[in-house]
Design a protein around this ligand. Structure first.
Ligand code: ZN
Length: 398
């Protein structure tokens, strides 16, 4: 019998780690961290509970591979900790960008380990499991859904996605392949249903540039844009808008700098060499010609943005005439930190723009009810997460 279960819990949206198990053979999908809330003072982040894997491995079961769906931290960043706990040499696979982000996260925590690239259209064999990856759009490039064939039938592992018809990189979701999988017959679909309460799709990620353009117009001083550091497509749009206004770009914050370097090296981010300013040379550029892309969109204490705003950053400070643009929303649990930061900015008389003022500054990376329905119609699975079925059926009969 094939079993599937999450070791990071089922009710939340982070700590993603799913185990597929058939007799003594196991496959893991994703290995992400979670984020603490105000009831967990002093906690930096949460990791999935790997005890089950440790127990099964001690009993002689085999973990064939860890397969990654995309490069968000809640899907990859627990790798160094879980790998240390389970203490087996297991191969890891992901799309090229996901693999590079995962290797960086591991190296940051003292684990030097290769993550192998998926081959396009390639099917990987792991004991009784066959794994195929399908391109799908989300708020980070190079995201995949996984088709996992087991002796009991086909599982469709639909991790985070939205059906973006005009993605920034022009690479659409491979819905043709999703439909073919549906015709083959799907036993069970496990699908991301964050934001399913929204009936209609959010705007395309490629629409965010227009909102950033609107906010960057007529700023006299420097512009700071803060966003999720993995939002490569949004960084591209911010850079493009900065170029239109004749501003050079500097990057501040470890995660932003790492991700920008990785994406540039892979050709996924296009920044003309003469536009990029070393953060140590920002003083050479007039404020009116500078755009700084800075980490800290969740108002995390100690982040680059918060230190800049509270006057304790070595390289950057803000003053009247500057403008700070939040191209992000507060993730649950971070609201107080975000609004404390926004209040501090406003109380210094510095202009600040955020999604509640200009909704175009952030779009969701997750599928609405309508997009869920499209995926389910293509897949026609025998089983699916109950909440998804309930809402999808309600829509179909409406
Ligand atoms: Zn995601």
């Amino acid at each position: 019998m094939t079993k599937i279960f999450p070791l990071g819990g089922i009710s939340g949206v982070t700590k993603n780690l799913f185990v597929y198990e058939h007799n003594d053979d196991m496959l893991v999908v994703d290995c992400g961290i979670g984020f603490p809330d105000e009831t967990m003072p002093g906690v930096e982040f949460l990791i999935p509970d790997s005890q089950y894997l440790q127990d099964r491995l001690a009993q002689g079961a085999t973990l064939h591979a860890i397969v990654l769906s995309h490069g968000h931290d809640d899907h990859i960043a627990a790798l160094p900790y879980v790998l240390r706990e389970i203490d087996v040499d297991v191969p890891i696979f992901g799309s090229p960008l996901t693999a590079e982000f995962a290797m960086t996260r591991m190296a940051d925590n003292g684990v030097e380990k290769e993550v192998q690239y998926f081959e396009d259209d390639g099917v990987l064999e792991f004991g009784p499991f066959q794994v195929e990856n399908i391109r799908i759009t989300h708020s980070i490039p190079d995201t995949r859904h996984l088709v996992i064939r087991t002796p009991d039938g086909v599982f469709y592992h639909g991790s985070d996605f939205k059906l973006d018809l005009t993605p920034v990189d022009g690479i659409p979701s491979d819905l043709q392949r999703v439909a073919e999988i549906g015709r083959e017959g799907v036993l069970c679909a496990a699908i991301d249903c964050l934001r399913i309460e929204r009936p209609l799709p959010a705007a395309s990620e490629s629409s965010v540039g227009a909102a950033i353009r609107e906010e960057m117009r007529d700023v006299e001083g420097k512009v700071l844009v803060t966003l999720m550091s993995s939002s490569i497509h949004r960084i591209q749009q911010a850079v493009d808008v900065a170029a239109e206004y004749g501003r050079k770009v500097a990057f501040i914050g470890r995660s932003v700098e790492q991700n920008v370097n990785t994406a540039m090296n892979m050709g996924l981010l296009d920044i003309p060499q003469d536009m990029k300013v070393n953060k140590r040379r920002m003083d050479d550029i007039p404020d009116s010609e500078l755009c700084v892309i800075i980490a800290g969109s969740q108002g995390q204490p100690g982040s680059s943005l918060v230190r800049a705003v509270f006057g304790s950053h070595r390289m950057i400070s803000v003053s009247k005439g500057d403008k700070i643009i939040f191209s992000s929303d507060a993730i649950p649990g971070s609201e107080k930190d975000v609004y404390r930061t926004i209040n501090r900015i406003a109380s210094q008389g510095i202009e600040v723009a955020y999604a509640e003022m200009n909704p175009g500054l952030h779009v969701s990376g997750h599928a609405s009810e309508y997009e869920q329905m499209i995926l389910l119609h293509l897949l026609q699975p025998e089983y699916v997460s109950r909440s998804v079925v309930r809402i999808a059926i309600a829509s179909c009969s409406a």
